[in-house]
Write a protein that binds this ligand. Structure first.
Ligand code: NAP
Length: 261
């Protein structure tokens, strides 16, 4: 039997994390939770309007005063060189290696099929699929074993919602990517998993048709409510830690039981 030590209050102390789309919404909650557990975190955002929010999060993390730290990186994940830029700026600030990557940034799309164009497909998929793929490709050469990669999917990947087919398809692709990369990167002890949130308080949720959100609340067994960012952050925080080492290639539904696949 292995001798067990008591869990540390700062289990991610000394770890370096990148969280994409962490200026606001769920990503901000995920980045804060990793920092609360001791990690140094790169906060990635793309729009000028998110700059103040990202800056506020860096200050909030500094005020934790627990050895964690944050830095801001502005990059558009729809651009092919975004991953390289994010990695270069993270390493310049935090040292030689990266331990945790959370591919959280994505764009939502809610429109009927007959109003959906090839340009919409390219715009949504570029951020939601090649975005995490190229981000991961840039991180892997610097990923210190055992690395942790967590892709934020959606219950939409496995449910059918009218007018959300394009968004859902991009998340199903991300889950396929998760399994393939888990198989490819496991030799070194790296794990790759996806987390599937149900409806979660954020600007993105404000754009989802109200009747869908109401239906989801009614059919969510746990407390019939939408999630707070922290509900998802606790799952991602655990996946980022050492004790999740035997979980890889999985899609974990963090949805209060909304999906039970
Ligand atoms: N909220 C929900 O109900 C829900 C449910 C299931 C799954 N999810 C998933 O959870 C994740 C977070 O969602 P959220 O609700 O927090 O979204 P959100 O409020 O819309 O925030 C999206 C984040 O992604 C960033 N982002 C968007 N496009 C980007 C790009 N091209 N390059 C870099 N960053 C970009 C945004 O930064 P800028 O504003 O600076 O661009 C922002 O920080 C997403 O993957 C989403 O699909 C959300």
């Amino acid at each position: 039997m292995e001798k067990r030590t008591s869990p540390s209050a700062l289990p991610l102390q000394g770890k370096v994390a990148i969280v994409t789309g962490s200026s606001r919404g769920m990503g901000a909650g995920l980045a804060f939770e990793l920092a609360r557990r001791g990690a140094k975190v790169a906060i990635v955002y793309s729009s000028p309007k998110s700059e103040t929010l990202a800056n506020d999060l860096v200050s909030k993390i500094a005020s934790l005063d627990n050895g964690s730290e944050a830095t801001m990186v502005k990059a558009d994940l729809g651009q092919i060189d975004a991953g390289e830029k994010i990695v270069a700026e993270t390493l310049a600030k935090f040292g030689d290696s990266i331990d945790i990557l959370v591919n959280n940034a994505s764009v939502e799309f809610d429109r009927p099929l007959l109003e959906t164009t090839a340009e919409d497909y390219a715009a949504i998929f570029n951020v939601n699929v090649p975005g995490p793929l190229l981000m991961t490709k840039a991180v892997v050469p610097h990923l210190r074993a055992p690395g942790r990669i967590v892709n934020i999917s959606s219950v939409g990947a496995r449910c059918g919602f009218a007018q959300l087919a394009l968004y859902s398809a991009s998340k199903a692709a991300l889950e396929g990517l998760t399994r393939g990369l888990a198989a490819e990167l496991g030799d070194a002890g790296h794990t790759v998993n996806a987390v599937e949130p149900g409806p979660t308080e954020s600007e993105m949720l404000d754009n989802i048709p109200k009747h869908i959100v109401e239906m989801q609340k009614q059919t969510t067994p746990v407390e019939h409510r939408v999630a707070k960012a922290d509900d998802i952050a606790q799952v991602v925080g655990w996946l980022a830690e050492e004790q999740s080492r035997w979980i890889s290639g999985q899609t974990i539904s963090a949805s209060g039981g909304y999906t039970m696949l």
